[in-house]
Design a protein around this ligand. Structure first.
Ligand code: PAF
Length: 282
């Protein structure tokens, strides 16, 4: 397993694949790897000659300094997990100063409204930070294909938009959400939940499944009211938002239209830890 810290080192390691016109796959992560990440890596391994996995906790995408401070970091453990999948993976683990060329600030982007709703509305500057680091990582790795989880579906749409706006020759693949036995979407943050709360957190997915069922027969307002009151009745979880939106534009659903894909998004606090999830409605 190769672990590289510097862009130049990464580019030298990739030279042989690039000159042989072999496909380079890329899975950007912030470490604390779990089955969700590993499923992306497995797909990248199956579809490319070489796979780069970046492990970089990006400071510019955290609106809450406490969240950044508490973000779990364990490079050694992450490398061991990756090694179990394949010893040919290249791990790129740069320092903030290396990736940001010494200037650790986010650029400012306009993604035509994708960045201002839901996560964008509740986490000021979050998507500027994400887009900045993804642009910097794309430029360092120059992959043919990059893999992102659908758990962060809004992020996925923004990265698709970024790639289109910058005309980057990179195929963006969205991969299905991995779930724990009770339906809780896999996330590095789940580790911070107490055992009973983690066990009960399948409630979030259960609400999404019922919302999807109701979508066939009830209007958006009724479904939103039902979700709000379901959470009001459950003292373990605090609902931050529940939105049903057009999957492409992320514009909230007013009136259902034919041939439009809709998706429900949810953000919830449990023991002060923020959890997000989403589900396709049709
Ligand atoms: O989804 C994540 O883990 C991060 O937002 C990403 C894409 C690695 C950028 O820091």
């Amino acid at each position: 397993m190769v672990v590289v810290r510097y862009k130049k080192e990464l580019q030298d390691t990739l030279k042989i694949y690039r000159s042989g016109r072999q496909k380079i796959g890329f899975v950007p992560t912030m470490g604390a790897l779990h089955q969700g990440h590993l499923s992306l890596v497995e797909r990248a391994l199956a579809e490319n000659a070489v796979t780069v996995v970046s492990i970089f906790v990006n400071p510019t995408q955290f609106d809450n300094p406490l969240d950044l401070e508490k973000y779990p970091e364990n490079l050694e453990k992450d490398v061991l997990l990756l090694e179990e999948l394949s010893t040919s993976i290249i791990v790129f683990a740069p320092s903030p100063s290396e990736i940001y060329n010494g200037n650790i600030v986010a650029r400012s982007y306009d993604f035509n409204g994708l960045e201002t709703v839901m996560e964008g509305a509740y986490r000021a500057g979050h998507f500027d930070g994400v887009a900045t680091v993804v642009e910097l990582l794309f430029s360092a790795v120059a992959p043919h294909t990059a893999y992102f989880g659908e758990k962060d579906f809004q992020q996925l749409q923004i990265i698709r938009k970024l790639t289109a706006l910058q005309e980057l020759p990179i195929t963006i693949i969205g991969c299905p959400i991995e779930r724990e036995f009770n339906g809780l979407a896999r996330s590095s943050r789940n580790e911070r939940l107490s055992k009973p709360t983690r066990e009960n957190a399948g409630f979030i997915y259960a609400v999404l499944l019922t919302a999807r069922k109701k979508f066939g027969t009830e209007n958006a307002l009724l479904i939103k009211d039902w979700v709000t009151s379901s959470f009001a009745d459950n003292p373990l979880f605090e609902l931050e938002y529940f939105e049903m939106v057009n999957e492409e534009t992320l514009v909230p659903l007013a009136e259902k239209k034919e041939n439009i894909k809709y998706r429900a998004f949810i953000a919830v606090y449990a023991e002060g830890i923020r959890l997000i999830d989403n589900i396709a409605l049709n």
